[in-house]
Design a protein around this ligand. Structure first.
Ligand code: SF4
Length: 399
């Protein structure tokens, strides 16, 4: 079984991150254990958590609730905060920002800030005028960066791996191959670094997270879910504001179905049937669409929760009316509450597809809606800075 010439089994064991003394990413017992030599009482651990995850300090010496001597001792023992650092920022005309964020080993990963939402699960949709364009608490309030309640409203697109091994043919990230997995601290750290830059606070501001950046989260499952627990725990971002997208890694979906705390689920479908999907997503040879849908059926959905099918429209490949009809059948057969997010493919150098015609996108959406399948067109964000879906490739200004 290969994905574009690679052994598919090899994508399951991407290299891990190098061991280090970073404290960011640990909490509760993990922190106590890591710092056991110092015999810290529980309240000292709580003070450290507040410094790490609320104040987002970048140096142990900034944990001012600790006595100076303790800070010096912990720092002298080689421990460091380990909050990833934004090393380069690219700003789009639409306000979207793409960052290169560096870990301790100097490897960079990409993270995207979309000031008024991602136009996806709960966000703003192209001319939809649809009720679903509001977020789940009904508080959707126009394209303002800061709402009338003076709350920042933004979506952060987070990466889970450096590069990706899934090899979707339409995706620029795939061209990197897999470089390594990110740790839980590096995944949650992207969020902390971006929140810190924008002085945004999850308790006050409306921050959504989408795990749709570089990498396949379910091929770095343990670190990804540890990051989710950290984000939903001490970083106080409700799980209902998080969405994870998978290319359809069945064992990952089955594990996900058992989780007590979990984001909402999106399946990167992108094709009306296995034949088309195999051509653009070789992972389909390992797990068919039917097998993916069977696995998703095991996920106990919360009240009003729907599974999202992400569908990247590629000109002439998967955007025909008959393809829309097949998608309708597929969603009906799934027998769980679902909706379809349509994304016009974002071009990238060396990726052999064409953008769909705007009329075809509108017709595709209309065809789904006529047959009572909720379908939304996601507004492309940050195309001019290569920040849009499928465009992340760990690069600087040049491509
Ligand atoms: S679309 Fe997602 S899963 Fe597919 S290659 Fe790109 S990053 Fe990986």
């Amino acid at each position: 079984m290969t994905t574009g010439g690679r052994q598919l089994t090899s994508i399951l064991d991407a290299p891990g991150a190098p061991p280090d003394c970073d404290l960011f990413g640990l909490w509760n017992e993990e922190l106590s254990e890591r710092l056991s030599d110092f015999g810290l009482l529980k309240y000292r651990i709580r003070q450290l958590e507040t410094a790490l995850y609320r104040q987002k300090v970048s140096d142990i010496r900034q944990v001012t609730t600790w006595p100076k001597e303790l800070r010096e001792q912990v720092a002298a023992a080689g421990f460091r905060v380990g909050l990833p650092e934004i090393v380069e920022t690219f700003r789009s005309v639409d306000g979207t920002e793409r960052y290169l964020i560096a870990g301790q080993d100097g490897q960079t990963v990409e993270t995207v800030w979309m000031p008024e939402g991602d136009g996806g699960d709960n966000g703003d949709f192209q001319g939809s005028g649809d009720q679903d364009a509001g977020d789940e608490d009904g508080a959707y309030d126009s394209d303002a960066v800061v709402s009338k309640k003076n709350r920042t409203r933004a979506t952060i697109c987070v990466s889970s791996q450096i590069g990706c091994a899934v090899h979707c043919q339409f995706c620029l990230t795939a061209k990197l191959g897999i470089i390594r997995n990110l740790t839980a601290g590096e995944i949650a750290g992207q969020v902390a670094a971006v929140l810190k830059k924008h002085e945004a606070e999850p308790g006050r501001d409306r921050i959504n997270l989408v795990f749709m950046g570089m990498g396949e989260p379910f091929l770095n499952y343990d670190a990804f879910m540890a990051a989710v627990r950290l984000l939903a725990g001490p970083m106080e971002i409700p799980e209902s504001r998080m969405t994870v997208s998978t290319s359809g890694i069945v064992p990952g979906i089955l594990r996900f179905a058992q989780e007590k705390v979990r984001p909402k689920l999106a399946i990167s479908l992108n094709a009306p049937n296995d034949a088309v999907r195999e051509a653009i997503m070789p992972v389909t040879r390992k797990w068919s669409i039917a097998e993916v849908i069977d696995a998703v059926r095991q996920v106990p959905l919360r009240q009003r929760e729907r599974v999202t099918f992400e569908y990247v429209l590629l000109g002439g490949v998967n955007d025909r009316p008959e393809h829309a009809d097949e998608v309708v059948k597929l969603v009906r057969r799934a027998q769980f509450p679902a909706k379809v997010n349509l994304i016009a493919w974002n071009p990238g150098p060396g990726v052999p597809f064409t953008m769909p015609d705007a009329g075809d996108v509108a017709r595709f959406q209309a065809r789904l809606r006529e047959q009572r399948v909720p379908a939304f067109v996601r507004r492309p964000r940050g195309r001019d800075i290569y920040a849009a879906c499928g465009q992340l490739k760990k690069t600087g200004s040049g491509r």
